[in-house]
Design a protein around this ligand. Structure first.
Ligand SMILES: [Zn+2]
Length: 219
């Protein structure tokens, strides 16, 4: 087989795998949504108990999205207050892995919902942060992923394998939440957006110190 034919058959193979991946997701979508709806009340109740937080009876909208690549397990829309879990990404997993990953993903996305809820309760817009430039957007995402990672109970080993924002967010947020609890830290962040200088390491440490100082004073 010539190089070109080999490439063509590899491409056809990848295309076929991709169609199977998507087709499976399409079939699974409705079932997934039902699973999400069944699990959400317990996920929220556990978060309230584990972290002494209160959703005050509010809940996010739930959806089963159809993302064409195996990159995202779920996402949260601050605009629509909606959690979306990706059907194709979950379709192929076996039952026990699916259960575990789904719960963990729901905890994470519900963490974003809690962040959003507190900012709305405290009279802010959904956007709690200044998404002015690529850098400030990254810093905002880092805070958001740190909050959600903590509620997800992500471990250090897991977080070290993740994308940059998740990892740095985790190291910024974790010591604060360990010391002061979840709600005081989230409330501080949504009412005192970070002032950044553009050096990520310094900005992370300075903002962490600022929160520490402010919350220690209140103790
Ligand atoms: Zn996230």
């Amino acid at each position: 087989m010539g190089g070109r034919n080999l490439l063509l058959s590899l491409a056809a193979g990848a295309g076929l795998a991709w169609s199977v991946y998507l087709g499976n997701g399409l079939l699974y979508r409705k079932e997934l949504l039902q699973e999400v709806q069944r699990k959400m009340p317990a996920v929220m109740q556990n978060l309230e108990e584990d972290f002494a937080i209160d959703f005050e009876g509010e809940k996010p909208k739930e959806g089963a999205m159809f993302f064409p690549f195996p990159l995202l397990l779920g996402m949260y829309s601050f605009q629509d207050n909606a959690i979306e879990i990706d059907a194709p990404a979950f379709a192929w997993k076996d039952q026990s892995e699916r259960e575990e990953k789904l719960e963990s993903t729901l905890r994470h996305e519900t963490g974003h919902f809690y962040h959003d809820l507190r900012s709305e309760k405290l009279g802010r817009k959904s956007d709690t942060c200044a998404y002015e430039s690529e850098y400030t957007t990254r810093f905002c995402n880092l805070l958001s992923e740190g909050i959600s990672g903590y509620l997800q109970k992500v471990t250090e080993a897991e977080v070290n394998k993740k994308f940059l924002n998740h990892r740095e967010g985790y190291y910024l947020i974790k010591p604060l939440m360990d010391e002061f609890g979840v709600q005081p830290v989230v409330d501080y962040i949504v009412t005192h957006p970070p002032e950044v200088i553009g050096n990520l390491r310094d900005d992370v440490l300075n903002y962490q110190r600022e929160i520490q100082d402010a919350l220690r004073e209140r103790k």
